[in-house]
Design a protein around this ligand. Structure first.
Ligand code: 2X7
Ligand code: FE2
Length: 297
């Protein structure tokens, strides 16, 4: 029997402010909200439908909040269950999760990345608490949790080397991800879990979902968000990479985690993004953007 070659059927910039899950009031999350951040949530609804149409059989998510300073780690057991609490916003996110992992694909990506000389490790501790970035991006992209995931950590090399080093590593990891997906015959949807500009207010209102208080922290950051979104919409992904060091420094972007560079490395060529939404969350800039490689149609 021959196996169909796998492919990336969808990619997305899928930010993970806990506020979005809070405002959706899913049964898994304990706190209750009245409303909030509708533009982003309605954008996610449309991304969801387009991902569904692409018929993926696995979600591969790269999260800035699983921080592994020695190399890249991958969830390595078929199931993880627990309670995930946002350390900064425990009032908004206390989420009971029960998720399935595509361990075969995770191991294949780890092997492909490891073969490039990058340190990799499988997380096999059954009590490991999955980070909120992974859970929120997966929840917003696929709230039914009917697909297994592959969760990829961020080794934070922008923090202790430079954005350039981070980006070289993330691009290589992206290429290894695409190669392993091809080899294992998966139809994968990739989620780069990060905000754009990432300076947030340090004081929260009594009612977190009071939208009369919500706006970007500075015009400077807004201009940077628009510059990056313009490149993403026009499919100028090489230019996104070239602009990344300045963007990260100027807008304190959460793309410093490598999530967006990893996605671009995996996509492997320029492709125009569909911008479903842009909105601020406690002052940070967030865009929901989908990429649907034509060769996967
Ligand atoms: O982790 C986050 C984030 N990236 C953006 C906004 C608010 C909270 O948490
Ligand atoms: Fe974050």
């Amino acid at each position: 029997m021959t196996m169909n070659p796998g492919r990336i059927v969808a990619g997305a910039l899928a930010p993970h402010p806990p506020h979005l899950v809070y405002a959706e009031n899913p049964p898994q999350n304990e706190p209750r909200a009245e409303c909030g951040w509708e533009m982003l949530r309605w954008g996610y609804e449309r991304l969801r439908a387009d991902i569904e149409r692409a018929r993926p059989d696995v979600l591969v998510v790269f999260s800035p909040h699983w921080q592994t300073y020695v190399g890249t780690h991958f969830l390595g057991l078929p199931r993880f269950q627990g309670l995930s609490v946002d350390p900064i916003f425990p009032n908004l996110f206390r989420y009971t999760y029960d998720l399935k992992v595509d361990v075969e694909l995770a191991e294949a990506i780890a092997a492909a990345a490891g073969a490039t000389g990058h340190p990799v490790k499988m997380m096999r501790n059954p009590d490991f608490r999955v980070d909120y970035g992974t859970i929120i991006s997966c929840h917003m992209a696929r709230p039914t949790w009917d697909l297994p995931i592959v969760a990829v950590s961020s080794c934070r090399s922008a923090a202790y080397y430079s954005v350039e080093v981070m980006q070289d590593q993330a691009l290589a990891l992206g290429r290894a991800t695409a190669e392993a997906i091809g080899r294992t015959g998966r139809r994968a949807a990739l989620l780069a879990s990060c905000s754009l500009s990432h300076r947030h207010f340090v004081v929260e209102g009594d009612l977190p979902e009071d939208m009369s208080r919500e706006h970007v922290t500075s015009h400077h950051n807004y201009l940077w968000d628009m510059r990056m979104i313009d490149l993403l919409r026009r499919g100028r992904l090489e230019e996104v990479l070239a602009t990344m060091p300045e963007f990260v420094n100027q807008a304190v972007s959460e793309a410093d985690s490598g999530a967006l560079s990893w996605l671009i490395g995996a996509l492997g060529h320029d492709i125009a993004g569909e911008v479903y939404a842009y909105g601020t969350v406690i002052g940070t800039g967030n865009a929901v953007v989908g990429f649907f490689p034509p060769e996967a149609a």
